[in-house]
Each structure stands twice: as C-alpha cells, then as structure tokens.
Design a binder for this molecule. Structure first.
Ligand code: AMP
Ligand code: GLY
Length: 426
C-alpha cells in the first residue's frame, strides 16, 4: 500500500515514522515534509493547500490513502476535494472540521447538546463586545472565532486587557477574518489534558490520555506556544475520568455532529480542563495534536494504518488499540526567540551525531537541509521523544538526548513530565 501524509511538522514526522513501520505499507510520501521526515518518506515539493497538485500526484502514483496532519487544509475542504475525485483520505470534511474552524460553532454545539464547557458570549459587533469586556469580572478569555495558527486566544487579567484584545481582533484585524467574530469566555482553572478518539462518524475508538505543555517557560509561565512538550499516559485522567470523557464528551460530540448533518470522520481532539474530578471542554480540534502525536504514536503498539484506512472508508472497527505499558515523554526544542521572532537557517551541528534508538526518537518539526547541512527552519525545531517503563525513566532518557543535541541555539523547558511525576508520587 502507498500512503501520502500531508504536512511537515513534528506530528507529521511521527505519522510518517509510524506509518512506514506498518507491514502493509510499501511506500510513504510526505508533502512537503522536512529534513527528518525524509528518512522515512519521500518528501514532495507540494504545499498543504495545493489540493489539485496533491490529488494529481495521488492519481499518478496510485497512492492508496492520504492522511492529513494540519487543520488548515481540513478547514479549507481537502477531504471534500479528494472525495469528489474518488480518492481515499483520512480527515473530516470541511463541514465537520468547523468544530475547530469556528469556536462559535463548537461552543454552540456543546451548549445545544449538553457537553460540559465554560460559559461564553459571541459577538460580531465590536461595541457590544467592548461593553461585555468592560463589565465582566477578570480574568476572562477573548478568542478569535476562526483559525489563528494557535494565537487567537488572549487571557485577560483586567478589563483594559480585555478591551485591547477585542480591539486587536475586531478593529486592528490582528487575525484577519478569523477575528471578525469573537467569543468572550469564562476563565477556567485546573489542569489541562488532551484526549483523542478515532471515529467513523458513528463509533468511537479512544486513544490513551495525554498532556501538552503550552506555555514557553518552566512552571507554565510566559506566553502560550504550539506546545513545548507532551507525555502519555496522563495521570490527571483517572480511569473514572477517562470513562466520563468518553461518555460525556467524545460519544455525545460524534452523535451531535451526526444529528447536525455533519458526520465527523477522523480523529477528534478534545482539549480539556480538569479540576477536582470535574471536566470541561476548552476546545475541539479536528486532527492529531502536536506535540501529543509524538509520544502517542511512539507508545501505540497497534498498526495505525488499518485504523486510518477503515475510517477513510467509513467503517472503523472498535476493537481496543494496544499500547506499550509504560510512559512516553516528548521534549520540544525550539528556536531561541520562539514564540516571538526567531532566526531560521541556524545549523544543528550536534544533531548529526545523534542516532535514534528503539526507545528514543528525535522527531523533526522545523528543520531543512541547506546543502549538506541540517538547519533550523521554524519555531519548534525538534521533538525529542523517549519511551520508558516508568515516567522517571522516560523523562531521564528524553533529557539525556536533549543534552547531547543541545548546543545553546535551541531553547526547551526543563520540567516536561513533572506534573505526572508529582501526581504519581503523591
Ligand atoms: P484553545 O486554542 O481554545 O485551546 O486555547 C489555547 C489555550 O488557551 C488552552 O490550551 C488553554 O491553555 C488556554 N485557554 C483557552 N480557553 C481557556 C479558558 N476558557 N480558560 C482558561 N484557559 C483557556
Ligand atoms: N498541542 C496543541 C495542538 O496541537 O493544538
């Protein structure tokens, strides 16, 4: 079987790594891919938004299945485009991807179907949004309705910050059309977790719980990023909570999407806030998480390919997946300056000397070749991912690898996995 992965970050590297290990797969392609992905897949010089060229390639090479990594092409309708061409693709339709593409759509869906989430208000009129931001008790959250590359969420600690957030979106157009509508939301406290489930629009096949680390600095300080590290399983999700997430969030959401005439086929990602055994949905995403996909796919023992293939065909099996017993931790190494501005093209001298082992894999995100040099090419650069029988062991191996790659040019958090350690220890 031939498989094409669309995207070029750490998540897509983990997907290509996992897919290329399947005995069913003879050839893996990735568009556009990155320097690390080229070890597992043939990288194509086609952008994720160029649906016509992607479909043309798939037809020419008789690719059996296309797997979409990022949200942008899904929200722009890559699945609808491929299906019209009679091509098999993994990922929700444009209508179903609205669950991530419009915060208003997903909040309204949750309200209508009783899926637990924070209180919120939607505005298309700036004066009304300003009036609300000037009235409610801080902290609260202002969100651009549409996709904003992970930057459209502003946590406001004062009314002035709230008014400025509203103006930045609705007056100054910080996120273009995505900010023409805003959601003002209750600020939720607790510990975050990421929960994923495969679905064919009808049935739900849950993955193991995981946890991301959004802020740039240790101790969850500083601005939010795309994610600075992740691990699985996440002890904050107890067995009881896991079942409640499936029963109260994942199944009702899949059923709600079906009732709305927008059946959701793909992987459903719920970003959750957990407090005192209580749970609320912060957001839904229509794809694998990044970096969560890196530790999840490394720990997953089941063959991923039959699952993706059967969902694309609309007939998923609900046989539980198999997972390695133990923990997997991913530490993200990023360009100095990220999530603000940073240089590209910085040589990764020490990476060349590092070889992946059975228990540690360095997934690449923003990397490229410059001649025969390996250089940085983005904000998040590497996801150093290690498996261990215990959380301590996986953290130790990941940081040992980070230490051997680190040359002062990349930044990383030193406390990835600490929350899990504290929970297990207590
Ligand atoms: P989202 O893109 O909606 O997941 O937001 C990105 C991040 O912002 C989340 O992972 C949380 O850390 C934070 N966030 C979003 N909404 C809220 C909320 N209502 N209360 C507290 N934090 C939030
Ligand atoms: N881990 C955050 C995201 O994938 O959106």
């Amino acid at each position: 079987m031939k498989v094409l992965v669309v995207g070029g970050g750490g998540r897509e590297h983990a997907l290509c790594w996992k897919i290329s290990r399947s005995p069913l797969v003879e050839k893996t392609y990735c568009a556009p891919g990155n320097a690390g992905i080229s070890r597992h897949a043939e990288c194509l010089d086609i952008g994720v938004g160029d649906f016509g060229s992607l479909a043309q390639f798939v037809k020419k090479e008789s690719v059996d299945l296309t797997v979409v990594g990022p949200e942008q092409p899904l929200c722009e309708g890559i699945t609808d485009f491929f299906e019209k061409e009679g091509l098999l693709i993994f990922g929700p339709s444009k209508a179903a991807a609205e669950l991530e593409g419009s915060k208003t759509f997903s909040k309204n869906l949750m309200r209508k179907y009783g899926i637990p989430t924070g209180e919120y208000f939607v505005f298309t009129d700036m004066e009304q949004a300003l009036a609300k931001a000037g009235k409610i008790e801080p902290p609260f959250v202002v969100k651009a309705d549409g996709l904003a590359a992970g930057k459209g969420v502003i946590i406001c600690h004062s009314r002035e910050e709230g008014e400025d957030a509203v103006r930045s979106m609705m007056e100054r157009g910080a996120f273009g059309e995505a900010g023409a509508k805003v959601v003002i939301e209750e600020f939720l406290t607790g510990e975050e977790a990421s929960f994923f489930a495969f679905t064919d629009g009808e049935n739900v096949l849950p993955l193991e719980p995981s946890q991301d680390h959004k802020p740039i600095f240790d101790g969850d300080k500083g601005p939010n990023t795309g994610g600075m590290g992740a691990y699985t399983p996440a002890p904050v999700v107890t067995e009881k909570l896991r079942q409640r997430i499936i029963d109260e969030v994942m199944i009702p959401t899949v059923q709600a999407m079906k009732s709305e005439g927008k059946p959701y086929r793909g992987i459903l990602y719920a970003g959750l806030m957990i407090k005192d055994e209580d749970l609320k949905v912060l957001e839904f995403n229509c794809r694998f998480g990044d970096p969560e996909a890196q530790p999840l796919l490394m720990r997953m023992e089941s063959d991923l390919v039959p699952i993706l293939y059967s969902i694309a065909k609309g007939e998923m099996s609900t046989d539980p997946m198999e997972w390695r017993d133990g923990f997997c931790v991913c530490v993200v190494m990023a360009s100095r300056g990220y999530p603000g501005s940073y240089d590209k093209g910085v040589e990764l001298k020490k990476l060349k000397g590092f070889t992946d082992t059975g228990e540690t894999v360095v997934f690449h995100a923003g990397t490229a070749f410059s001649g025969d040099k390996l250089v940085t090419n983005g904000g998040r650069v590497l996801g150093v991912t290690s498996f261990g029988e215990t959380i301590e062991e996986s953290i130790r191996s990941a940081y040992e690898a980070v230490g051997s790659i680190s040359d002062g040019n990349l930044i990383y958090r030193t406390d990835i996995g600490k929350k899990a350690l504290l929970r297990i220890g207590c």
